[in-house]
Design a protein around this ligand. Structure first.
Ligand SMILES: [Zn+2]
Length: 160
């Protein structure tokens, strides 16, 4: 958890530099935001992570993995579509670039990516060979560059 906290701190300062924020709030406040409909709750994370798409804020209650915050940040900064309409494959390169940017342990991210669907046939990232994983991530980085989601050097940018 200590590792998560220092990485979440880095994600907060990256969000700040991109015109958004990552905020730690109480469970009660989280429920109030849900009631207000301010929040898009992140799927699969119970009630401890969500985003305010319009204000570009990730809210979490402290019981959150750093890599789940990376994904929610991608919705805020690397997608012009509302969260439920997002083309998530388009911003995978942004997520990968961000993991590298904050120097997070890649193996933790890879583990979380195991069930990530990579094509229409439902193939999972985790089922790819090491070589194919690498190739897919390099392709996604290129896509992210083409969409101006990351700089040529791989720094995460915001398109919103
Ligand atoms: Zn998502």
């Amino acid at each position: 958890m200590t590792g998560d906290l220092s990485l979440i701190k880095k994600l907060k300062s990256l969000s700040n530099s991109l015109g958004g924020d990552v905020k730690l709030i109480s469970v009660n406040d989280f429920y109030s935001l849900l009631k207000d409909n301010t929040l898009h709750k992140a799927p699969f994370t119970k009630n401890h992570l969500g985003i305010d798409y319009f204000d570009k804020i990730v809210y979490h209650t402290g019981d959150t993995k750093w890599y789940h915050i990376v994904h929610e940040m991608a919705h805020l900064f690397a997608s012009e579509d509302l969260p439920y309409k997002a083309n998530e494959f388009n911003f995978l390169g942004w997520e990968y670039a961000t993991v590298k940017y904050i120097k997070a342990p890649l193996y933790q991210w890879h583990k979380d990516m195991y069930e990530y669907t990579i094509d229409k046939n439902g193939s999972k990232f985790g089922s790819l060979s090491k070589y194919k994983k690498r190739k897919l991530l390099l392709d996604r980085l290129q896509v992210a560059k083409n969409l101006n989601l990351i700089s040529l050097k791989g720094t995460p940018l915001s398109i919103r």
